[in-house]
Design a protein around this ligand. Structure first.
Ligand SMILES: [Zn+2]
Length: 413
């Protein structure tokens, strides 16, 4: 995935391929000379890269642009129906599978739910859903370039093992190899928040960001750091585990064994617990209506919507959550100096939350990095991790000189 620091010819070839492919994808239709102007690559490099992408059938030539004067240039576009990519997101209690084109357009998606921590059960559910959707769309195995899988846990990319997914209660599961064996297709597995960071770079608001940090607020608090076009992985692949930076050395114990981790104050569980604590004293809150009168579990969506309606208690919960998120993001701003921090998760739907985060970052961040950073919610909604799987596949595919992912390249990657 990341070859940061490698500036050999293979690395440059990959960068040029990604740049060219992404430009064609973003512009819909574009000529070779326009490509050179937009990318800043030389005409010779563009022509070489385009030739390679045409050979691999990732892009195709389309009829001359008749609106142009003189001899119309041949236009290039991403080959929309030659190949397909498959994205799988696994979370606690559910999976979502989507089939997309090479442009990242979702053709079909299906959600399936489960009530178990049993790995084998979830594995076969993933395989069965992928198979069903392919059959339903009439897509053959040869037409699928690969499967990307997002998991809420740590992944050892070199061994292709999900080492620890606490919320799924999985340790050391060989998800990529197992799914590959069942489906006979190349499979890549990565952390959900890291993939979401890639999605923002490829498909989201972070397209032009030099350094982008994604903060995922779900059952835990994950993160991903993208510098230029590559994920920053660190020495053993765990860079971006921002939820475990300690913001109170004497704070409550965290699932990682440390104390006072950012996650303990900021993930969905922390936000809900904050609301439950407040509920004990304010029975007039809209949240009291949701949880007690309607006799159902309180959700983060309830809190966001009650705060939007001006509910005093919900506002307090959102502001306090924003304060803790702001403290962590100020640390990220000071330590990483990104030009963009993108926040995802259900709580990110609250604009009040972002007012509070930005206020804290201005107060606590170093002056220049805090002034340079833009902090925003994801615009990719609940498809962000799926789109991250597609970004990972495209990034990996464009890196493979032979044009297709094959099982050998997968197992040695
Ligand atoms: Zn921790």
């Amino acid at each position: 995935m990341s070859k940061t620091g490698r500036f050999d010819s293979a690395y440059l070839r990959r960068v040029n391929c990604v740049k060219t492919f992404c430009t064609v994808r973003e512009h819909g239709r574009v000529s070779r000379s326009e490509l050179a102007d937009i990318t800043g690559l030389s005409r010779a490099t563009v022509s070489e890269t385009v030739r390679e992408l045409l050979e691999r059938e990732f892009i195709r030539e389309v009829g001359p642009d008749n609106t142009a004067r003189g001899r119309p240039p041949v236009q290039l576009e991403v080959n929309p129906t030659r190949f397909y990519l498959i994205a799988v997101e696994i979370d606690v209690g559910w999976i979502v599978v989507a089939i997309t084109t090479l442009v990242g357009e979702i053709l079909v998606r299906r959600r399936a739910e489960f009530r178990t921590y049993d790995y084998s059960f979830v594995l076969s559910m993933c395989a069965r859903t992928v198979d069903d959707l392919m059959r339903q769309q009439g897509i053959q195995r040869d037409d699928v370039l690969g499967i990307g899988v997002a998991v809420p846990g740590q992944v050892d990319l070199s061994r292709r093992v999900v080492t620890f997914a606490p919320n799924l209660r999985w340790r050391d599961v060989t998800l990529a190899d197992d799914l590959e064996r069942i489906l006979s297709l190349p499979v890549f597995v990565s952390n959900e928040a890291m993939l979401s960071a890639m999605a923002e770079k490829w498909f989201g608001t972070g397209k032009d960001a030099g350094v982008l940090v994604y903060v995922s607020i779900k059952g835990g608090l994950g993160g991903g750091i993208v510098s230029d076009r590559s994920l920053y992985l660190g020495v053993s692949g765990s860079a971006g585990e921002l939820g475990h930076m300690s913001i109170d050395p004497n704070g409550p114990k965290c699932s990682c064994g440390s104390r006072g981790c950012w996650e303990v104050y900021s993930d969905e569980q922390a936000i809900l617990e904050r609301a439950f604590r407040a509920l004990r004293t304010s029975k007039d809150s809209l949240l009291f209506q949701s949880s007690v009168v309607e006799n159902r579990f309180l959700t983060v969506d309830d809190i966001v919507s009650a705060a939007d309606q001006g509910d005093r208690m919900a506002l307090e919960v959102v502001r306090e959550s924003g304060w803790y998120l702001g403290v962590g993001i100020a640390n990220i701003v000071n330590g990483v100096n990104p030009d963009m921090v993108i926040v995802g998760g259900r709580i990110a739907a609250s604009t009040i939350l972002f007012d509070e985060i930005r206020k804290v970052v201005t107060e606590r961040g170093l002056q220049i990095p805090a002034a340079k950073v833009s902090i925003a919610p994801t615009k990719l909604g609940d498809e962000v991790a799926l789109m991250g799987c597609i970004a990972l596949l495209l990034d990996t595919l464009l890196e493979q000189p032979e044009g297709r992912l094959n099982m050998d390249s997968v197992s040695t990657n």
